[in-house]
Design a protein around this ligand. Structure first.
Ligand code: ZN
Ligand code: CU
Length: 493
């Protein structure tokens, strides 16, 4: 029979293999061939063009960043260093109601679509045009795509401070259905923002109706994360029940000092709803948030750091209250003069962050803002911060559980087939890291820093990052929605 040894493209020998399901690691060799995991076990009789000695370091499925605003970045900066350097191998774009496609702008992008870039960054009137651009750019990471409610509103409405008419909803639905037929993962909303806040629950319910048939889901930056958060959660559940689709609550948090400590209540609400319908959430591991500078949130009760301002770029890095003092005006007035602008809000309690992050229904998503010149450090640090700071140093959760929140949980929820787990036949998206050294290096003062301890990253079998630098090879592409695993949607949640 076959006396010759089997051959692989790459062999990773002697790893502590985390399969992504939350199971403890096992010492294994892993063979990669043609972009897939070809074998797992004792592979000492195998040959390969490239052999990597893991020496007992951790090997895990590549991390899935379920909450990104990398829509235009995957095309304009396809090396994707902020993400590949964390071990991220797939990003999900189109969150918070804003997506780069399908978009036809009438002028400048409305807030917060401007987080994705300026007017010239929006070049994808159809979803098919966006897929083509992603694949032509050949980004270092795979790209799953949500369609943004605010983007659709802006395509079909003359003004965004009202709810949509039936005819406008029909127009939005047709564009959503077209995107779903091309493999979009679902619909996202950003109901807290001025550009979508006037949309009624009924508008979103009607728009969400095509999702179930497509096997897609609904994600939401809720109407509020402040005092009325439980009502906002109820609204999200209601939309999910109406459309019979799973719901992901984006960057779940208790925002604002009057709301601190309420994560127990919030998670009780989530658990109650989860008994009746599939619902999950994501969060980033920091107690400060970031977005465009919202004048309504400049109430004087928390510190707010300016990260960018179109009329006053020289003020970036300063507190809004310091800018106001310098100008001799109120903080509200200063915030108005800084528009359009971006900010970091010191608006969560550490205790709430830990409680939400450690909940079994919570995935990790960075919410990184790649176009921000002084980005919140979550852009470069979210995943290693969970592995190093929270799992290893603070002992908040076991390492295998931290990995599950970044891999299998995410892939199953979003319908990313044969990703998020390390099994034979799965796509060879893998990260090799040192559990003793892995650490986020990005800080608020110095946010554009690659993590320590991420040794090698493979995307679709191609070694894409090694020892602190990209290899120059990029193998990511658009990934279409597949059937959600585990039979029924509920099991995956
Ligand atoms: Zn958001
Ligand atoms: Cu977001």
């Amino acid at each position: 029979m076959h006396s010759h040894p089997e051959a692989a493209d790459t062999l990773i020998m002697g790893a502590q293999l985390y399969d992504g399901t939350g199971a403890p690691p096992l010492e294994r060799d892993v063979a990669l061939r043609n972009g897939k995991i070809a074998a797992i076990g004792n592979l000492s009789n195998w040959l390969a063009e490239e052999v990597i000695e893991a020496n007992g370091r951790a090997l895990a499925p590549g991390f899935i960043d379920v909450h990104t605003h990398d829509d235009t970045h995957v095309i304009r900066a396809p090396q994707m260093l902020p993400k590949i350097s964390q071990g991220v191998t797939t990003v999900i774009v189109g969150n918070c109601g804003i997506s780069a496609s399908p978009v036809a702008l009438k002028g400048d992008p409305p807030d917060p679509m401007n987080l994705l870039g300026e007017r010239d960054a929006f070049q994808y009137p159809t979803f098919a045009a966006y897929i083509e651009a992603v694949n032509a750019a050949r980004p270092a990471v795979n790209v799953g795509v949500l369609i943004g409610h605010t983007a659709l509103r802006n395509n079909h409405m003359d003004r965004l401070d009202r709810t949509a008419t039936t005819a406008e909803i029909d127009g939005m639905r047709a564009q959503l259905e077209d995107a779903l037929s091309h493999g979009a993962l679902g619909l996202s909303t950003g109901l807290a923002y001025g550009s979508a806040n006037a949309a009624s629950t009924e508008e979103v319910m009607a728009l969400a109706e095509p999702l179930a048939h497509a096997g897609a889901l609904y994600t939401t930056h809720m109407r509020t994360e402040f005092d009325a958060i439980l009502d906002a959660m109820d609204e999200a559940y209601r939309i999910g029940r109406h459309a019979r689709v799973p719901v992901v609550i984006s960057h779940l948090k208790c925002a604002g000092p009057s709301n601190w400590g309420r994560s127990t209540e919030v998670l009780e609400s989530l658990e109650g709803a989860r008994r009746l319908q599939p619902i999950g959430c994501d969060c980033y591991p920091y107690s400060r948030s970031s977005s465009t500078l919202d004048v309504r949130q400049v109430t004087g009760d928390i510190d707010i750091t300016l990260t960018w301002s179109t009329p006053h770029p020289e003020m970036a890095g300063k507190l809004v209250k310091a800018i106001a003092a310098e100008w001799g005006v109120s903080q509200q007035e200063a915030a108005k003069r800084l528009q359009p602008a971006g900010a970091v809000y010191h608006n969560m309690s550490e205790e709430d962050v830990r409680r939400i992050l450690s909940h079994p229904a919570t995935m990790v998503g960075s919410d990184g803002l790649p176009n921000d010149p002084l980005p919140h450090p979550r852009l470069w640090g979210a995943f290693p911060r969970v592995l190093g700071h929270y799992a290893r140093d603070a002992k908040l959760i076991p390492l295998e559980e931290a990995i599950r929140k970044m891999t299998s949980l995410s892939a199953r929820r979003f319908g990313l087939v044969q990703r998020g787990e390390a099994h034979v036949g799965y796509h060879a998206d893998l990260v090799l890291f040192d559990p003793a050294r892995v650490r986020d290096a990005a800080t608020f003062d110095n946010p554009q820093q690659p993590a320590d301890g991420i040794d090698a990253v493979w995307v679709n079998g191609v070694l894409s990052y090694r020892d602190g630098a990209t290899t120059g090879d990029r193998a990511g592409h658009f990934v279409a929605r597949g059937a959600r695993s585990q039979g029924d949607a509920h099991g995956a949640f």
